[in-house]
Design a protein. Structure first.
Length: 264
């Protein structure tokens, strides 16, 4: 029986000719998988943004179309709330996709005008994965006086926030406004924006909103305590040191960390 064989050189040419098709198919499959994964992640993040927006509205931490929310999506983009829509009424299709320069990549309408603030936080601190900006009344009351609430009164506040920073005023939506938070982003996850509101960052949108709740309720409790007419009872210094050691283990920022000994 006679067998037909392909010369070695012919086989080599055939493999070379097929290689680009095989590579293209593999790349297409990998691209499809990546897009599918990002799409699934994006859908989950949109749902979380909407849920947090409604929590902010229900708690009167925003009014009108005020406040904005964003979250990192991959290495080079963010999802954020649109402008001129109440946080109560946002739908998944309203959520905007932008790059890290603030350019719109997808969305039904314009992005929030204050996205630049969020982007400065992301660029300065890689631990920041989500940002919430809003105007809760008791915390904003401190912001319009240019002061932060005193520390050392309630352990939960000390653990999750501690000293809140106060950024000076600039016109909202401008690059100058966005840059007011730069001195504080490494050591503070909560910043009061003078004559404006507050901004909080965390690893998730939900956790950033928790910081908003913690700050607002702390400010409210402090103001109520002031009306009682009795001296405030501050936590002892040694207890604050224990809290700071706990924060270090939890990976939470605090400007007072420098007080700790290296072994703590």
């Amino acid at each position: 029986m006679e067998y037909q064989t392909m010369p070695t050189a012919g086989k080599a040419r055939e493999v070379v000719q097929l290689a680009p098709e095989m590579t293209s198919a593999l790349e297409a499959e990998q691209t499809y998988s990546s897009v599918a994964a990002i799409s699934q992640e994006a859908d989950l993040l949109r749902t979380e943004i909407i849920a947090v927006g409604r929590k902010l509205w229900e708690r009167s931490y925003v009014d009108g179309n005020g406040g904005n929310i964003s979250v990192r999506l991959g290495a080079h983009s963010v999802l954020c709330t649109p402008t001129l829509i109440s946080k109560r009424d946002i739908q998944p299709s309203d959520i905007c996709l932008c790059d890290l320069e603030g350019n719109m990549l997808a969305g039904n309408g314009p992005r929030t005008s204050e996205l630049l603030l969020h982007l400065e936080i992301y660029k300065a601190n890689p631990c920041a994965r989500a940002v919430v900006h809003c105007h809760p009344p008791h915390a904003t009351a401190f912001a319009i006086t240019g002061t932060a609430p005193p520390i050392g009164l309630i352990p939960e506040y000390e653990i999750f926030i501690g000293p809140a920073a106060v950024a000076h005023y600039e016109t909202p939506g401008t690059q100058a406004f966005a840059e007011t938070v730069l001195p504080f982003i490494q050591d503070h996850n909560t910043i009061l924006l003078s004559n404006h509101g507050i901004v909080c960052w965390a690893d998730t949108v939900t956790h950033a909103e928790w910081l908003v709740e913690i700050l607002e309720n702390y400010c409210k409790t402090y103001l109520i305590a002031q009306q009682i007419g009795r001296p405030l009872a501050f936590l002892p210094d040694e207890k604050i040191q224990e809290i700071l050691a706990l924060k270090r283990r939890m990976g939470l920022p605090d400007a007072r960390m420098a007080q700790l000994e290296p072994h703590e």
